[in-house]
Design a protein around this ligand. Structure first.
Ligand SMILES: [Zn+2]
Length: 79
């Protein structure tokens, strides 16, 4: 990850932490719905813990893909 000028999401104006990126941010609605279709109980805490416990699983790779897409516009530092 790179240093950014603000901790706030440029879309939602909320703190852009992992929770926000994965579960709240409007920028990620499309890919989140794709993941939810692939993993029916994605929003279940047990499923999130299982993904974190098995970082090389296909489900975890989908999460990494989403985070990568979510962070890609943030690679630019705004002044
Ligand atoms: Zn957001």
């Amino acid at each position: 990850m790179k240093k950014v000028a603000s901790p706030l999401c440029s879309e939602c104006r909320m703190v852009e932490d992992v929770y926000h990126i994965m579960l709240e941010c409007v920028r990620n609605e499309d890919i989140r719905s794709q993941i939810v279709r692939k993993i029916e109980d994605f929003m279940n805490t047990g499923t999130c813990n299982r993904i974190l416990a098995y970082p090389l699983s296909e489900e975890a790779k989908e999460v990494y893909k989403m985070v990568g897409i979510a962070l890609s516009p943030r690679n630019v530092i705004y002044n």
